[in-house]
Design a protein around this ligand. Structure first.
Ligand SMILES: [Zn+2]
Length: 296
């Protein structure tokens, strides 16, 4: 069953590399195109260029490696029931029993002005989520306290780099520092190293992929998000599009940010997704090679 999924992924990857666009790939590009501040056409081309530069044999080697690790983790009986599809970043069941109609809530650029209140709203709804944090927000005592609170409330902490650079524009040494320093800092504050990595603008390099792998992190972009678009910087419009977009499908990986209008839209987003029959997936159930040192 798992082997079949992996080979389907490999086929999709090959088709995508040959220039024929799958829906999933188009969707990710759509989302990437709209991610955050000043994403522009040329950096999307950069990303595509980089992706197609990777040789097929390298890609396959990575796939085989992660398959082997999945099998290892099952042998050691770690209870994961979902995994992140590395091609389109949807969250997919690993077991027959795991429900497939799920959505994952994620919040980037945290913890800035709204993350703690957002975690409290999520908590009221018993809604799990991942907060992707930047090291620059964790230097002050106040920032450290915010992170501690969010972590103690049970929210997964992901790595979103130290200063939010475009990773494709900086040296390998800087790329490593941007990633590893955040893991060190988060571990120092919470006692756990992040298990998921989300590059700013979704732009990884072969080198950042390698660093994430060395750090036992799973790469996680997203499937859709809207809260950086001017017309959705308003809670009503944002809640509506997040729930009613055509991109909402099984395993949807929702990108949001530490922003006031997003905080105000949260209640409507959570309620709307659940009314449509979606279970908000617990990041604890999503596979990573090493569960923050807690495996076994
Ligand atoms: Zn960001």
């Amino acid at each position: 069953m798992k082997k079949r999924i992996i080979s389907v992924i490999a086929i999709v990857a090959l088709v995508a590399m040959s220039g024929c666009q799958s829906t999933a790939e188009g969707q990710v590009e759509h989302a990437v195109a709209e991610e955050e501040e000043t994403q522009n056409e040329s950096s999307i081309e950069n990303q595509e260029g980089q992706e197609s530069e990777g040789t097929e044999s390298e890609e396959e080697a990575v796939d085989e490696h992660s398959t082997a690790e999945l099998e290892d983790s099952q042998q050691s009986n770690v209870d994961y029931s979902y995994e992140v599809n590395p091609e389109n970043f949807t969250v997919e069941p690993l077991t027959e029993e795991a429900e497939s109609q799920v959505a994952l809530l994620t919040f980037d650029d945290a913890p800035d002005g709204n993350a703690v209140e957002m975690a409290e709203i999520l908590k009221e709804h018993d809604a799990p989520a991942i907060f992707f944090v930047n090291g620059m927000y964790l230097e002050s005592e106040e920032g450290k306290e915010k992170l501690k609170k969010i972590h103690e409330m049970g929210y997964e902490i992901g790595n979103h780099t130290y200063t939010h650079p475009t990773l494709t524009d900086i040296s390998e040494e800087q790329q490593r520092e941007e990633i590893v320093k955040v893991n060190d800092l988060v571990e120092e504050i919470t006692g756990e190293r992040p298990r998921f990595f989300r590059a700013p603008h979704g732009l990884n390099t072969d080198y950042t992929k390698r660093v994430a792998e060395e750090e036992d992190m799973v790469l996680m972009n997203w499937t859709y998000g809207y809260d950086w678009e001017p017309e959705y910087q308003e809670p009503g419009a944002l809640a509506d599009i997040m729930v009613n977009t055509a991109y909402l499908n099984d395993g949807a990986n929702l990108l949001m940010h530490d922003r006031e209008w997003t905080k105000e839209a949260l209640d409507g987003i959570i309620t709307g997704l659940r009314e449509k029959g979606y279970t908000l997936v617990d990041p604890d159930l999503i596979y990573s090679p090493n569960k923050g040192g807690q495996a076994e």
